[in-house]
Design a protein. Sequence first.
Length: 317
Amino acid sequence: MAQFSPHELADRLKDGLLSFPATAFDAQGELAETTYRDHIEWQSGFDVAGLFAAGGTGEGFSLTPEENALVTEWAVGSTRPEVPVLGSASGSTKQAIRCARAAEQAGAEGILLLPPYLTECDQDGLLEHASAVCSAVNIGVIVYNRANAIYSAETIARLAEKHPNLVGFKDALGDIEHLARVTAVNGDRLFYLGGLPTAETYALPLLQMGVSTYSSAMFNFVPDFALEFYADVRRLDHAAVQEKLHRFVLPYLDIRDRGKGYGVSIIKAGLRIVGHDCGSVRPPLHDLREQDYHDLEQLVRAANVADVPTTQKGETR
């Protein structure tokens, strides 16, 4: 049973760094429970505000509903009680409800509602879809504004009025005018989090619009650096943010942009580099190419953002 009410969950999440743990797979591409639990335990040992199981970085799109439920259950059972775990709900309305209920049953504090299956949606359809999921659970719900699920400010307001457990709006669109409308119409009824790829890049300007937090994928393998970056953003320390952008984030983006789907693959590579291997990505994604992996390893070393273990021969594991 969730220990945070939806309102308490929002209060906790809005002022701390969030992350999506990578899902661990074995050599056959199947879920690796022990490795995943170890990863969650390591991640929750830092001062992170919340962890989203089976999200984008967790390759939730490649998980069956049964696997989604297992991953969420393992995350809940492996994190510190002070760190809330949220599940993810995606696909058709019926599948999203199934995933949301499974997450609630597993003890998750909330869910992230991802866009429905690829099809055109108007606002009435999105309203009905999100409303059905909110009605199916008592835990907090965060809607994800991206792809084919672009919620208008008025749709969000209607959802918020009808469902007290709607607590957050995650934006991956980056449309400043649209975000301004959503935040102006809904005010502090919701909390707002950034969801653009490698959110650190946009964190400082979006803070000015009320987006007080974001989900950091790189927290998976450089948690200390990610937390320091977030602290710099909240202090409005422009000089410190710029230094970290130039030292690590922007060169990291250059590697990420070399391949489609690398936004997830680069996290799995980073985990391997720092000695917390969670296996390969599942198709249709593919791992970093050898040169890209080598360049990321050199960047992690040169930027001094994490310890890189070596074998006795001095080669990276």
